[in-house]
Design a protein around this ligand. Structure first.
Ligand code: NAD
Length: 456
């Protein structure tokens, strides 16, 4: 079916008002949950084929996260859907005022290949909870997972409510030519710009969940052993192909050597001394990204790893040292298991470097000094992050997730997902019992006195 026809059918369905009641939304979330359970092993198999993602990771970083989002919104949906009373100005007396969430209507979700289940079904949970219909355009690169997602959606929902349109650039652009009421895009900044331009034709509101180079700062007060472990975990999940993975490290020069030793140890604890052979270590999604990553490795800077297997499309965890912002590896989001280390002497120089560069999606601070932690949080612009950990902020229902500046706009997860997919109407409900004449023309000196008294 053509995109135009699908959008028309979804708009008709939205205007039928069936998506509005709490009971309908709850029922659809329950159906989605049931289907995810049914397709769990197929999704895991597909993730393994696309990314060599191991079963544990497929569950805790993808499928399980969607289930948690469903559980959270089922628990809080009734309350979130309620109108929220706010104060009324005394000049409006007698009146009551409230905000009232309402679905946007027909929404579009475009998702990437790196966490194809989470980043497709995660936003869908928010769209359904908020009472929208949804067209999903998953990535054409993670083909196996996209095929399973298509079947899962087809079996669970009527296409006039939720449907999948598959395809690459051409098909996505055709979809984007349609008028949607809301667009939720996850992907790269360059494509984000195209999406924003297309959305502007219809003045469609959008959320852009983009990427970038997320820095980690390890200062000299850091717990080196724990820092190394948590950084190794965050960097190598999905072989580094994670939007909030640590991209590069700023490590204080006094602890750098010791830190690198602990980092190597931590990597070997995770994947053994031959990570390429580890069943738990992912592969690079396709040849294009594999070649791009291999080209980013300057062998003169490698202090650990640097191995690859062209057949398996795997690159071993690789640490490159004595890096500056002039190196090629610092010119783009790495999105793979290569970790550059930049040493520093004082934290002010790091803050200046972070602020000179595009605002990152995530920032991680490893420090036992409250003063250093506060200084970085106060002075740097970034989407979100952790103190003394990596990545885990993304899995909290209580923390809205999203970027800022070049790393995106808008947030979701938990309550924020409901809010993002809803328009909040502000309503002032006035009584007709009293009708003060002072606001109506003709005006005179007496009437002019009133605004002067109240508007200040
Ligand atoms: P991408 O931007 O290439 O593709 C994302 C989606 O856009 C896909 O569905 C694709 O089909 C479509 N697309 C690609 N080119 C297009 C074009 N010219 N016109 C219209 N649509 C187009 O991103 P990707 O390579 O799939 O994913 C990696 C990027 O996504 C990284 O930058 C990563 O940081 C980012 N990302 C961000 C988050 C987040 O939550 N903020 C999560 C995961 C990935």
């Amino acid at each position: 079916m053509k995109a135009q026809q699908i959008v028309k059918e979804q708009r008709d369905f939205f205007y039928s008002k069936q998506t509005l009641p709490y009971a309908f939304r709850k029922e659809q979330l329950l159906r989605l949950r049931k289907s995810i359970h049914k397709y769990e092993s197929e999704l895991k198999e597909a993730l393994y084929k696309d990314l060599n993602k191991n079963e544990a990771e497929s569950f805790f970083a993808e499928i399980g996260q969607v289930l948690t989002e469903i559980t959270f919104l089922l628990k809080h949906l009734k309350k979130l859907m309620k109108n929220k009373r706010v104060k009324s100005h005394f000049t409006d007396f007698p009146a009551k005022s409230y905000t009232s969430p309402h679905p946007y209507g027909v929404t579009l979700i475009i998702s990437p290949w790196n966490y194809p289940v989470l980043l497709t079904l995660g936003p869908l949970v928010g769209a359904i909870a908020s009472g929208n219909t949804t067209v999903i355009k998953p990535s054409e690169i993670s083909t196996h997972t996209t095929d399973v997602l298509e079947r899962l959606i087809q079996e669970t929902f009527e296409p006039s409510f939720v449907t999948v349109i598959k395809g690459g650039v051409k098909e996505t652009q055709e979809v984007l030519d349609q008028k949607f009421d809301f667009i939720f895009f996850t992907g790269s900044g360059n494509v984000g710009k195209i999406v924003m331009e297309k959305a502007s034709k219809h003045l469609t509101p959008i959320v852009l969940e983009l990427g970038g180079k997320s820095p980690v700062i390890v200062d000299k007060t850091a717990n080196i052993q724990v820092s190394a472990k948590r950084i190794a975990f965050g960097k190598h999940l999905n072989a580094g192909q994670t939007c909030i993975a640590p991209d590069h490290l700023y490590v204080h020069k006094d602890i750098k050597e010791e830190f690198i030793q602990h980092l190597q140890k931590a990597i070997e604890e995770l994947y053994g001394d031959n990570p390429i052979a580890s069943k738990d270590f992912g592969k690079i999604i396709n040849q294009k990204h594999y070649d791009r990553l291999i080209n980013l490795i300057d062998q003169d800077t490698v202090v650990y790893g640097g191995f690859k297997d062209d057949q398996l499309r795997k690159i071993a965890p690789t640490i490159v040292d004595n890096i500056t912002h002039d190196h090629a590896i610092m010119q783009e989001e790495i999105f793979g298991p290569i970790l550059p280390i930049i040493s520093f002497e004082n934290v002010e120089e790091v803050i200046a470097l972070i602020n000179e560069n595009p605002s990152p999606l995530a920032l991680y601070i490893f420090s036992e000094s409250k003063q250093v932690q506060n200084q970085i949080i106060q002075q740097c612009t970034f989407g979100g992050g952790c103190i003394n950990d990596t990545m885990v902020h993304v899995s909290s229902d209580y923390l809205p997730f999203g970027g800022v500046g070049e790393s995106g706009m808008g947030t979701y997860h938990g309550k924020a997902s409901f809010q993002t997919f809803s328009h909040y109407r502000s309503i002032l409900h006035k009584s007709t019992k009293v009708d003060l004449k002072v606001r109506y023309a003709p005006y005179n000196k007496q009437k002019e006195k009133v605004p002067k008294m109240v508007l200040k």
